[in-house]
Design a protein around this ligand. Structure first.
Ligand SMILES: Cc1cc2nc3c(=O)[nH]c(=O)nc-3n(C[C@H](O)[C@H](O)[C@H](O)COP(=O)(O)OP(=O)(O)OC[C@H]3O[C@@H](n4cnc5c(N)ncnc54)[C@H](O)[C@@H]3O)c2cc1C
Length: 547
């Protein structure tokens, strides 16, 4: 069963099951028992977005640079949006593109890590099968070897990257069941509600507005502006579910899990339009996959970030915190702080793409766009997250039911569960696994949750994760060799009511004059890879128009 409750029985799924089976019989999943040991302190560190460097923008007064280096195009921010912009400019033959990134590496939220056992994600970790009208995205995936060809006009996805079986499991009512749609031990009434819910979502997936556009599309901006649908942006998903008579606790848990998983936002907070979009916007057809299958890599979307910069002529300058961007006499002047040399440097360019989040842009732009600060503060909320990489020795105790899967979720767990980074590996044995745990953080407000997260010591994070996961792996503490915690203070935009179809988002998307353009998933409305890809493509299009 997939995430939308459909039973999948294709020959291609069997091929993937076969790959998985081959790995199992050859010992790839062998979890031989090892001696337990008691451990009082788990080693590890807190990693993630460099809050200390980012906060310099807020707290430090920088002098104006004395010299300005001349460039044609400067991109601020090396997440997927910025990298996509750089790739598209490169493909259009635009030379002299410089990308500035505050971190020591590019990738943004698609950051990844590695140890002697495997690579692993520290953020974004999968993409679903793309919708077929996204031709530029499909072309990119083909170049990256993710699509290996076409059969009867449909993309054939590389079996190494289509998530192998078992894809996901849910621990519910004392057992690991297949798939994360609750099923095991449910009452007939709850099961009926799931059937009705998925029928409603299937209808929404097919529906079109009066303007002929899909009611729910990717990118979000391709969706129908028909008020029948956009009115859903005025209420919360929880309210919509109640209006439709959906009240089974397992269904509400599931809907909440999904919106937390994709948007870091509960059903009580998220707009009904965004909640339904999660279930109704994906409709990709493939020769060897279902629209609800996922593509994943050891390092998660870090793989795709690497592909975006492969053979890209743009210069990438990391450890470069942009502190000011100003439109001056038809040009753009940029000041940035060279983090390693602790000096302020200047750039003057013809065109600039700002591919950083708006709460940062508002500070960088200062008097060039004085209203941005107010609009951002009044309309934009970012959820904080932690992602923990758990280095775990073989011998993890298991509960009954389905074997370790790529995605492992606990019903009513404290976090969103964990993915097994080595799931796609075809190797004989894995004495140690990297399990990546995800949790959006709650508090009385995002700001409070962020503050509490920054103050929390490593040991407390580990205790919290152990408390959650020991329900299903009682000996986790004994098997845990290391836990590294990535803190994402402003992980992703929250699509609260009014954000996606409101005026604020539209106005924040607009270029400043003919020289400063924006690309980031926060102004896309929702934070997913495809949106970042198209943010970059569209901003590159603007630059080409005005160069
Ligand atoms: C924990 C987590 C899990 C996720 N999981 C998934 C997933 O599985 N699938 C999926 O599709 N999406 C996922 N996402 C969403 C993800 O955010 C998007 O897919 C995408 O990677 C966002 O790219 P972006 O470029 O828009 O933003 P960002 O990744 O935020 O990139 C912005 C970049 O700008 C840089 N920057 C900021 N300020 C400055 C400055 N002043 N100077 C220079 N550089 C600056 C930042 O360091 C960063 O590199 C996840 C996000 C998080 C946080």
């Amino acid at each position: 069963m997939n995430r939308n409750g459909d039973i999948i029985q294709t020959g291609n799924m069997e091929r993937r099951q076969f790959i998985r089976w081959m790995m199992t019989v050859s010992g790839g999943l062998g979890l031989g028992m090892t001696a337990c040991r008691s451990q009082s302190k788990i080693p590890g560190s807190i990693v993630g977005a460099s809050a200390a460097i980012g906060h310099l923008l807020r707290d430090k007064v920088f002098e104006r640079p004395a010299i300005f280096e001349e460039r044609k195009v400067v991109i601020v921010g090396g997440g997927i949006s910025g990298l996509s912009a750089a790739m598209h400019l490169g493909k259009s033959g635009i030379a002299d593109v410089l990308l500035l990134e505050l971190e020591a590496h590019t990738g943004g939220n698609a950051a990844s890590g590695s140890n002697e056992y495997s690579k692993f994600p520290y953020g974004a970790h999968y993409v679903p099968i793309p919708n077929n009208q996204l031709t530029e995205y499909l072309a990119f995936l083909e170049e990256a070897g993710v699509i290996t060809g076409y059969e009867n006009g449909l993309p054939v996805y590389n079996e190494l990257y289509l998530c192998h079986d078992p894809e996901d499991r849910l621990y519910i009512n004392g057992k690991w069941q297949e798939g994360i749609v609750p099923n095991h031990g449910l009452s007939a009434t709850s099961k009926q509600q799931f059937t009705r819910f998925f029928e409603a979502m299937a209808r929404m997936r097919r529906e079109k507005g009066k303007d002929g556009k899909d009611a729910f599309a990717i990118p979000v901006d391709l969706s129908s502006a028909d008020p029948v649908y956009t009115a859903l942006d005025q209420l919360t998903f929880k309210e919509w579910l109640a209006q439709q008579g959906f009240n089974a606790p397992e269904l509400l848990w599931y809907a909440n899990y999904c919106t937390l998983d994709d948007f870091g936002t509960t059903i009580e907070q998220i707009s009904a339009w965004a909640g339904i979009h999660y279930f109704a916007a994906r409709k990709g057809l493939a020769a060897n996959a279902h629209y609800d299958d996922v593509l994943t890599w050891e390092q998660g979307n870090g793989f795709l970030a690497e592909q975006l910069i492969k053979s890209n002529p743009a210069e990438l300058r990391t450890n470069s915190l942009v502190i000011a961007v100003a439109a001056v006499n038809g040009k753009v002047e940029i000041s940035y702080y060279d983090v390693l040399n602790k000096t302020v440097k200047g750039l003057r360019c013809d065109q600039c793409i700002i591919a950083a989040p708006q709460f940062i842009n508002a500070r960088m732009l200062g008097s060039t766009d004085p209203e941005r600060v107010g609009k951002v503060q009044a309309n934009m909320q970012y959820s904080p997250w932690i992602v923990a990489n758990l280095k775990v020795k073989a011998g993890l105790e298991e509960r009954n039911g389905v074997d370790l899967s790529w995605d492992n979720v606990i019903y009513e767990g404290n976090g969103l569960g964990y993915v097994d980074a080595g799931h796609q590996k075809i190797s004989l044995s894995q004495p140690v696994k990297n399990l990546t745990y995800y949790k959006p953080l709650k508090g009385t407000s995002n700001a409070e949750a962020r503050k509490a997260a920054l103050a929390k010591p490593h040991k407390d994070w580990v205790d919290e994760i152990l408390t959650d996961l020991q329900k299903v792996h009682p000996n986790l503490e004994q098997q845990l060799l290391q836990a590294d915690i990535a803190l994402w203070g402003h992980a992703m935009i929250q699509p609260l009511p009014g954000w996606i179809w409101g005026e604020a988002r539209k106005s924040l998307q607009r270029s400043i004059g003919n020289t400063i353009h924006f690309a980031h998933t926060d102004i896309a409305g929702i934070s997913i890879f495809e949106e970042a890809f198209y943010q970059g493509l569209n901003a590159a299009g603007q630059v080409k128009r005005f160069l």
